[in-house]
Design a protein around this ligand. Structure first.
Ligand code: PMP
Length: 456
């Protein structure tokens, strides 16, 4: 249900903007300097979407906290939108990355760490064959090429309101009449999206079955739970139905675990016994260094190899197949993954991260209950998110309908002014191994105050 007292919301927003201005003169100075050579004063355009009149400029970060250039300490519940889920600057990752940097960052040749990193991922996700990129986006892009090559089919199926990075095919969604269209704000789409993409709602088995029946789809690309339009959890039976539909139609099943790695050391794939043909990971696996990866069943590798004759004359063209990047698999990324998976994001740290997320969820729920806010909160492992509707959404369209940008901006700015960073663009909090109960309590207190300001 929409928040109705817009005048009250506007007044609350204005007061928080005043507070922000007063607290952050150095960030303002840094931003004004930055405006000279960067649009909006930010190195990537989406950084302009943070709440407040200018972005907060960071001085340093460690564990679950960062300090801004105004010297203010923040509890970081955004954690680089999962890029820093392992905490900022974890000692073992920093040591391995620094050591490798000093020995040479990139040489177009493998290091021993590459095989160790691949082995760690294989053990966690149960898929034996891995390739590396600099981002999850790149891994998804490359996987779609592999899938097209292996199946000889051209289309890709994604879930309505999904996000898989800046992957052209995945910028499709359903309009009100069920047609596949480009999502709003998509910059310079290469072709109309219905040429490349089939879209179905999450948890909609009949729609999925119907979409795959024509056998035009090379791969289904899904998150095991939606995490980019709020959290939408799978219904019982959804994943079995997806696997069965893919088997029936010869479609490859790609599970993107980039965010759902918050559910356990092998993501939801290992936690829930899912059976993908391909798993994609990225963001936090390098401990902060750019790194992405995808893992495959050997049959997929073989089909691509055979189709391109890489064991014969095709070897000559192995470098120009549209998959890769000069710095992909570089020595620093490999050292980062090896150290982060073996020493930082170990199975042992998950129970603590999940317990913090349970505490955070309980704090949010308590404020919702106390002030009868018509909101809900959903948790997935070490990640949780509230949304402005009374019940958990079952698909992306339901989740999107609960959006209230002004209300969200207010809550984020209110939190920021009390030293808490939420993930931008949605109401999500993520727990690192370094996040403490005290950090969570700081959010619980501030959130209660914010909900009271709206509903008391
Ligand atoms: N997959 C998922 C599920 C994501 O949420 C994201 C980013 N939010 C990506 C892929 C892309 O990650 P990156 O931007 O690091 O390439």
């Amino acid at each position: 249900m929409a928040y109705e007292d817009r005048a009250r919301l506007a007044a609350l927003w204005d007061a928080e903007v005043e507070l922000f201005r007063a607290m952050r003169p150095e960030s303002e100075r840094a931003w004004r300097d930055a405006l000279e050579h960067m649009p909006d004063g930010v190195p990537m355009l989406w950084m302009a979407k943070w709440p407040g009149p200018w972005p907060v400029f960071v001085e340093r970060a460690a564990g679950a906290h960062f300090r801004c250039v105004d010297g203010l300490d923040h509890v970081d519940l955004c954690l680089g939108d999962t890029g820093a889920m392992v905490g900022h600057a974890p000692a073992a990752s920093v040591a391995a990355i620094s050591a490798q940097l000093a020995r040479g960052a990139t040489h177009m040749l493998p290091t021993r760490d590459a095989a160790l990193a691949a082995g760690l991922l294989a053990e966690r996700f149960g898929l034996p064959s891995w390739q590396f990129t600099l981002s999850a986006t790149d891994a998804n892009r490359h996987v779609l090429r592999y899938a097209r090559q292996a199946t000889g089919r051209h289309k890709v199926l994604v879930i309505d309101r999904c996000y898989h990075g800046t992957v052209d095919e995945a910028y499709a969604e359903l309009d009100a009449s069920g047609r596949v269209v480009s999502r709003r704000g998509n910059i310079g789409a290469p072709v109309p999206l219905d040429e490349t993409t089939v879209v179905v709602p999450f948890n909609d088995v009949p729609a999925l079955d119907a979409a795959l029946a024509s056998r035009e789809v090379a791969a289904v690309l899904i998150e095991p739970a939606m995490t980019n339009i709020g959290i939408v959890l799978p219904d019982a039976g959804w994943h079995d139905a997806v696997r069965a539909a893919c088997d029936r139609t010869g479609t490859l099943l790609v599970i993107d675990e980039t965010h759902t790695l918050c559910a356990g050391p092998g993501g939801m794939t290992a936690r829930d016994g899912l059976r993908p043909d391909v798993v994609v990971v990225g963001k936090t696996i390098g401990g902060g260094i750019p790194a992405g990866a995808w893992g495959m069943r050997p049959e997929l590798v073989e089909r691509v190899r055979a189709s391109l004759d890489w064991d014969g004359e095709g070897l000559e063209d192995i470098d120009v197949g549209g998959v890769g990047g000069t710095l992909a698999g570089n020595a620093v990324s490999m050292a980062g993954i090896r150290a982060t998976l073996s020493e930082v994001l170990t199975p042992e740290v998950y129970p603590g991260m999940i317990a913090r997320a349970q505490e955070w969820t309980a704090g949010v729920q308590a404020a919702i209950d106390e002030f009868h806010a018509p909101w809900q909160v959903t948790r997935l492992g070490a990640r949780a998110e509230y949304s402005f509707r009374a019940t958990p959404p079952r698909d992306g369209a339901e989740a999107a309908a609960a959006d209230d940008f002004a209300l969200q901006q207010y809550l984020h700015l209110h939190a920021l002014n009390r030293g808490i960073l939420m993930t931008p663009f949605h109401n999500m909090a993520l727990m690192s191994p370094a996040t403490s109960s005290q950090d969570v309590e700081q959010h619980t207190v501030a959130f209660r105050e914010a909900v009271a300001s709206l509903y008391a």
